[in-house]
Design a binder for this molecule. Structure first.
Ligand code: AMP
Ligand code: MG
Length: 428
């Protein structure tokens, strides 16, 4: 029996999300090669074993001098100094800069003892001497620079003993660079969740197979797998389960090896195909109606295998946009939690709505939108028709504009919250 379901009986998106998050664990830590840890969460504190930079060094190509020897130098009254040595990056400073001498120095090279200031080539006769083929055994300083100019002090970036990164830091390119600068080539991180992905339905074809009358290609496995990759998980696309007990059970068994199993289709109310029967037999799986549009029907719970293994299972709706929006709002936070992340929300902005969003049944509407910025203000317009089967309007969108449950219509000109799927305006 199924009839019109009262919205009061439905779960809010937040309730659905809390129930899911309560059942997915933060995964354990492991040591990984640094370059593989992009987007992962650091599971160790990082303390500097040495100073960075390791010594006072030059910020410019120029001449290391004693400030008092170049004070007062001008183009009209340059200071002529003998050049008593050269030092390049990676070398040690051996010579000392004594009174009224200079050492030619390259960017990154250690400041020689005695020197306290670097005069860049630009403030000397470097160019002319080179152009004229003259020897580099003396230099004319044509401009006084402040004491300490172009000297980068030892430990300016990091001091030995500093806690440079805390446990829980999300590794972005800059953190990965910092770790490398501290000499790390491996680092402890929360491991990436392996996400098994199963499509269900007799109508489905694998992409790559020839088109066939009455069939459609499985797009959900691909959009979901790509989302998993984008957010730092490892997708395992297991292919299509047919609407038979045997086929379903076989695919679900394969999914038990993963940290999270995601299926699509077969979970809607009136739909009574294999998926629901099989899931109901195999674990504690609840079938929910979530107060959202698209993506109302959803399954979630723990799936168990005959051998005692179990895996959290998220059953997405079949329609391609429903599957993606449900993944966004409910699958993505679960994935991020497993990765050890604590900020689970997509960034949300406020935009001026350029056309109405109608909400006719008290569900939260996630409207596919194109957000653009003009004169410092964000504007949102719909990316096309909003049927939950219309995947190309999802492809044109860079955000999901949200009309709240209790608002029957949002008019053009109103301010709308938009979950940003992408910041780039490339797709628009
Ligand atoms: P169902 O939940 O099985 O009733 O499926 C709802 C709708 O989604 C139907 O039109 C299905 O053909 C479609 N659908 C189901 N699975 C997929 C998939 N993997 N890729 C694309 N469309 C799908
Ligand atoms: Mg189906």
């Amino acid at each position: 029996m199924h009839g019109h379901q009262r919205t009061a009986d439905m779960l809010s998106v937040e309730e659905a999300r809390e129930r899911i998050l309560a059942l997915v664990p933060v995964l354990e830590a492991e040591e990984r090669p640094l370059l593989e840890t992009m987007g992962q969460v650091l599971a160790q504190e990082v303390v500097a074993a040495f100073d960075i930079p390791p010594a006072d060094n030059s910020a410019m190509d120029g001449y290391a001098v004693r400030y008092e020897d170049i004070r007062g130098a001008t183009a009209g009254q340059p200071k002529e100094l003998p050049v008593i040595g050269h030092v390049a990056a990676g070398q040690l400073a051996t010579h000392e800069v004594r009174r009224d001498t200079a050492i030619r120095i390259m960017t990154g090279a250690p400041i020689p003892p005695g020197a306290d200031t670097v005069v860049p080539f630009e403030e000397t006769d470097e160019e002319e001497r080179k152009a004229a083929g003259r020897a580099l055994d003396s230099v004319a300083i044509r401009q006084e620079v402040p004491q300490g100019a172009s000297v980068r002090p030892v430990g300016e970036d990091v001091r030995k003993g500093d806690v440079v990164l805390l446990k829980g830091a999300v590794l972005r390119p800059s953190e990965i660079g910092v770790l490398a600068s501290l000499g790390y080539d491996r680092v402890r991180v929360i491991r990436r969740p392996v996400v098994a992905i199963v499509a269900t339905g007799d109508e489905l074809l694998e992409p790559g197979q020839p088109v066939s009358p009455g069939k459609i290609y499985d797009s959900n496995s691909y959009s979901v797998a790509a989302s998993v990759t984008r957010h730092g998980g490892i997708p395992r696309v297991l292919g299509i389960a047919r609407d038979t007990l045997e086929s379903m059970n076989r695919k679900l068994d394969e999914g038990l090896a993963a940290d999270l199993l995601i299926t699509s289709a077969g979970v809607s109310k009136g739909d009574y195909d294999m998926v629901k029967d099989v899931l109901a037999q195999r674990g504690e799986i609840a079938f929910w109606s979530v107060r959202m549009r698209p993506a109302k029907p959803l399954a979630f719970g723990i799936l168990r295998g005959a051998d005692g293994r179990s895996v959290p299972h998220l059953g997405l709706p079949g329609n391609p946009v429903s599957a993606m929006v449900a993944f966004e709002e409910l699958g993505r936070p679960a994935l991020l939690k497993m990765l050890g992340r604590t900020r689970l929300d997509r960034p949300t902005i406020e935009a001026v709505l350029e056309e109405p969003i109608v909400n006719h049944d008290g569900r939260r509407v996630y409207a596919r939108a194109i957000v653009s910025r003009r004169d410092g203000t964000y504007y949102a317009r719909l990316s096309g028709p909003q049927g939950s089967n219309l995947l190309t309007s999802m492809a044109r969108a860079n955000g999901l504009a949200i009309c709240p449950e209790d608002v029957p219509v949002m008019e053009a000109g109103q301010v709308v919250q938009v979950r940003m799927l992408d910041w780039s305006e490339e797709a628009l």
